[in-house]
Design a protein around this ligand. Structure first.
Ligand code: ATP
Length: 367
């Protein structure tokens, strides 16, 4: 039976280093929760504490009503698939999958039946007698998942399970995991630094940064309504514009946009705008810009627009909304729903450089 997982105030210090600080979230029964964040943000440490591989400095962990905080790894009955938790090389596929069942001293007949069932589930029936060395990376991870699922864990913990695989295999396995999860409905926590993976697979995304939770919510909420500048820049590509609050409006170079209600007069601001929220229009609204580059991706045009104030924006616009505009043309540019966040005025530069600005004011390569 699948169970909710709850962590409250979870904290982990390594010596004086605060790797995880006061992390609280609940993963609903049967859902997938993604822990998303850059390298070193504490995601794996949270997962390892839930698995029982690491003891928290403070905080508590529950599975349903069952408090796990002081329990051993075995008592927790969680399954895990870690990128570096490899298959046993000297065992064939069937024995790898049967491993957890053998540890539990399950009898041979039921063990064999369960292995057969799992191999069917991960579509690896014909590989039962192969050894890990004779499998591709993707096949190995499917077997690792079968091994984790064999003892019917109440919760599944996945730490970058597809991290070492190439992009195409990752994408295939992602779809496959999605289907498998729909079929099994086991509560799963997935650690990833790949925002696309998190947004596509998860019911809930917990965004972590420097050991803390920046935001937890449904993928669409995290994407459309980021709670912090970090989330706006990390989840999904965004243009970043810097400016100030003047008379209740955010002045961003050439633009003046509303949305400064929560900010003080004069405050320095970084505003994040998705490429699909940059509108190119024939109406005289917003500011003037020049299309410097245009790339066509099927129905979509990817534009690089130099504004009259000097900033450059990346815009994704459906071709049929371009009104025939082409490279070199002057157009009107308008911003839909920019998200403005107050920043320390002397950190305007570092706020931008904390994100990999590609020289065009865009925080991550526009997919
Ligand atoms: P990655 O995606 O690179 O695995 P992460 O978000 O999973 O990153 P963690 O592995 O949880 O991050 O590590 C968080 C921080 O804690 C890092 O700075 C790491 O160096 C530190 N850390 C992790 N384990 C230990 C340890 N056993 N001793 C000391 N520091 C540790």
């Amino acid at each position: 039976m699948s169970m909710p997982i709850k962590v409250e105030g979870l904290t982990k210090h390594f010596g004086s280093f605060e790797a995880v600080q006061d992390v609280t979230f609940t993963a609903a029964a049967g859902s997938i929760t993604a822990l998303l964040g850059p390298s070193g943000s504490g995601k794996s440490t949270v997962l390892r504490m839930i698995a029982g591989l690491e003891q928290p400095t403070a905080g508590r962990i529950w599975m349903g009503d069952d408090e796990l905080t002081a329990k051993s790894v075995q008592e927790r009955a969680v399954g895990f698939v870690f990128q570096h938790y490899a298959l046993f090389r000297h065992m064939n596929v069937a024995d790898n999958v049967a491993f957890g069942l053998r540890v539990r001293k399950e009898e041979k007949a039921s063990r064999d039946a369960r292995v057969k069932e799992l191999l069917e589930l991960v579509q690896m029936t014909h590989f039962a007698h192969r050894y890990p060395d004779q499998l591709s990376g993707g096949q190995r991870q499917r077997i690792a998942l079968a091994r984790a699922l064999a003892p019917r864990p109440r919760v599944l913990l996945l730490d970058e399970p597809f991290g070492a695989l190439d992009a195409k295999v990752r994408q295939d396995l992602r779809r496959w995991l999605d289907e498998l999860h729909r079929e099994l409905g086991v509560t799963s926590l997935l650690v990833t630094h790949d925002q696309e993976e998190a947004l596509e697979l998860a019911n809930q995304v917990v965004v972590m940064h420097e050991g803390r939770v920046e935001q937890a919510g449904a993928p669409a909420d995290v994407y459309n309504d980021p709670a912090t500048a970090f989330v706006a820049g990390f989840v999904g590509a965004a243009n970043v514009l810097h400016g100030h609050v003047v008379h209740g409006h955010v002045h961003l170079g050439t633009f003046q946009v509303p949305g400064a209600d929560h900010l003080e007069e004069g405050a320095a601001v970084a505003a994040y705008v998705r490429p699909h929220d940059v509108r190119v229009t024939e109406e005289e609204t917003g500011v003037r810009g020049r299309i410097e580059r245009m790339a066509t991706l099927g129905w979509l045009a990817r534009l690089s627009i130099k504004l009259s104030g000097g900033e450059t924006l990346v815009a994704h616009v459906p071709h049929d909304e371009l009104g025939g505009a082409k490279e070199g043309d002057e157009v009107w540019v308008d911003l839909r729903s920019p998200k403005a966040f107050g920043i320390e005025s002397d950190s305007a530069g570092s706020a931008a450089s904390a994100d990999p600005v590609n020289g065009q004011g865009v925080t991550s390569p526009v997919a």
